[in-house]
Design a protein around this ligand. Sequence first.
Ligand code: ASP
Length: 346
Amino acid sequence: MRRVFSMVLVGMGFLTLAASSGAESPAPGDSERRFVIAIHGGGGVRPRDEMTPELEASYRAALRRSLEAGYEVLAGGGDSIDAVEAAIRVMEDSPFFNAGKGSSFNREGIVQMDASIMDGRTLDAGAVGVVQRVRNPITLARRIMDSSPHVMMADQGALEFAKAQGLTIEAPHYFYTERKWESLQRRLRQGTEYGKRPSKTARITPDSHAFGTVGAVALDARGNLAAGTSTGGREGKLHGRIGDSPIIGAGTYANNATLAVSSTGLGEHVIRVVATKTMSDLMQYEGMSVDEATRAVIGQVAEMGGSISVVAVDQDGSVTMPYSGDGMYRGFVREDGVYEVRIYEE
Ligand code: ASP
């Protein structure tokens, strides 16, 4: 169901958002400048029978907080790239999603995180792979974009750069969540593909523990697009494995001429179809809409036996959030305050 944020600005720009259900704001007039932010908290949703009403409310609240953070930036006239970073940081700080604090463990029981961010106006990008202990890898990706001569860094060097940049570094136990730890132990005991015989080509059904990943895409009032993605990666992955999330053109892409898009799904598939750049190319060279382009690539991945879900927005502010499987933690809010938060098919 669509709801409407009624925006109350209190004191020093502090924003609270009150929802009134059911209502639809009128579409913005020509004189109003459009902006929108859309987020995902991963395609591997908890099965419905594991989702209590309390848990569902907590997920929805976390998604809403992330939307609020992005909305606050955009409503204040800020840049889409800042809105994307702000929204993702909220999900990284939540234990509910497979990114930052809630990251999945690799096979050695270590959290190694991947993230990337891209500015559709300049095509600037920053990315980090298999980094440990950095509280907000999306901010590290942003710093790599803004304050280093590189696009992508990894592992120890990336951690050293984060420290030099003054980013918050956590002790390893900060990233420990019992649910993720128990899940890894189960996976290793079962000796599934993930634990014992990693395979690139196996048909793998996304489950709520193996996957996750968070992402955001935004269009700001100046018409600039941006996208970002952050993840703990595939649970039980080999130490040093890098997925699609930090790869520009695979997990994340933004170009003012086409779209901003963030994906979630099995990286081993997403990388090989260069998923998000292919979506952009389908719009640019084949004239597809954002919805057609994203669905075309989702179909291509499905033919490989994989599964990918995305959130995307184009220059007109059209948002699409197609997913494979049972659902995707997702939502959007636009300039008139209309927002949606969804988990399953609703
Ligand atoms: N794409 C991520 C990876 O393969 C996982 C996910 O999206 O859930 O690392």
